[in-house]
Design a protein around this ligand. Structure first.
Ligand code: SF4
Length: 347
């Protein structure tokens, strides 16, 4: 057995990250917010989002009481918006079922929307020093390489083997430091492409390194091996004479669920006939704007904006699912990153 904690704890003392915003005042609430934001997102990207978020929502009840639009507004650009919707729902459960106090047991925490085994373990380990293993992307990569476990994330046998190793290697003391250490090692040294093995405290015992298979472990997820799909859509940029732009709220589930978006169509002709029939005094620009690409996990989206100037919006924004968005004094609602880009190009 590799003495993982013995190697990682001294390394973390000297080379780990000790001054991240969520490491100050480590309450379960703050650790929870940071862990959700850090899923599929780099630390440097998360820091400003985290600081704005906890400034506006300093505790779980403030978050629960806030409108979802405001939560999504502060999440805009961070992606994977189901995380924000689940965070809001979970906060409301904590307010209503736990009298506003973050629950204490693993089962209660894991039962909240959007919190899986690893996140529940991380909250208890980092905020309360309780001995629970984690298996986020970073820990998974370190364990798989150190112990030479082949397979791909998401494969049942691979995940089960790694959970056993995560459990066995979590020490009885200094759980908080160990948990932070394995996450930091995965994020800064044992990175996905070109790990920095000469700097690694596990280099002498790591099986992947000793057998020159760092680049093969873990294998890419099955879906990542295929050819990426490309989806093309047209978005109508309907702008009134006062500069306001028409946005529609997307359905609660699915891509960009609950966010406000430019009306989306599968073709330019569909966008044109919608504009002609729904908007008053509409004049469509002769040309479309520069296409905006956006990468999702499973596919690439290419958005062609179609500009339409209209005298008046008519009654279109009265249904509650549409609004005229004032670019100069924007409403606090959630916008997908490419929509933000298109709107910024208008000013
Ligand atoms: S030696 Fe290399 S592959 Fe092994 S854990 Fe360290 S950085 Fe990762």
């Amino acid at each position: 057995m590799i003495p993982l904690a013995d190697a990682l704890l001294p390394w973390h003392r000297d080379h780990g990250r000790h001054d991240l915003p969520w490491q100050r005042d480590r309450s379960p609430y703050r650790v929870w917010i940071s862990e959700i934001m850090l899923q599929q997102t780099q630390v440097a990207t998360v820091i400003p989002y985290f600081e704005r978020f906890v400034q506006r929502f300093p505790d779980v009840v403030t978050l629960a009481d806030a409108p979802l639009d405001e939560v999504l507004h502060l999440w805009s650009g961070l992606g994977y918006y189901a995380r924000a919707r689940n965070l809001h729902r979970a906060a409301q459960r904590v307010r209503d079922e736990f009298a506003g106090r973050f629950p204490a047991t693993f089962a209660q925490i894991e039962g909240l929307p959007g919190i899986g085994r690893s996140t529940a373990g991380a909250i208890l380990a980092l905020a309360r020093g309780e001995r629970f293993p984690i298996l986020d992307g970073n820990a998974r990569r370190v364990l798989a390489r150190a112990f030479g476990i082949t397979g791909a994330p998401g494969e049942r046998a691979f995940e089960q083997r790694l959970w056993v190793l995560a459990e066995e290697n979590t020490p009885r003391a200094q759980v908080e430091a160990y948990t932070q250490a394995i996450m930091d090692l995965g994020a800064t040294v044992c990175v996905r492409r070109r790990p920095l093995c000469p700097l690694c405290p596990l280099r002498d015992c790591c099986i992947a390194h000793r057998t020159h298979r760092e680049h093969l472990i873990p294998a890419p997820r099955a879906r990542a091996r295929g050819v990426r799909r490309v989806r093309e859509v047209v978005m109508l940029v309907a702008q009134r004479e006062d500069g306001a732009v028409l946005l529609e709220r997307r359905a609660p589930a699915g891509i960009w669920g609950g966010l406000w978006c430019l009306p989306e169509f599968t073709s330019e002709s569909a966008a044109r006939s919608y504009a002609a029939s729904q908007l008053e005094g509409v004049a469509l620009a002769a040309q479309t704007l520069t296409p905006v690409p956006h990468a999702f996990t499973h596919f690439d989206l290419v958005i062609t904006p179609l500009l339409a100037h209209c005298r008046d919006g008519g009654s279109i924004a009265e249904e509650g699912r549409a609004l005229w968005y004032d670019i100069r004094s924007p409403a606090r609602v959630g916008l997908p990153a490419p929509v933000q880009l298109i709107l910024a190009s208008l000013t």
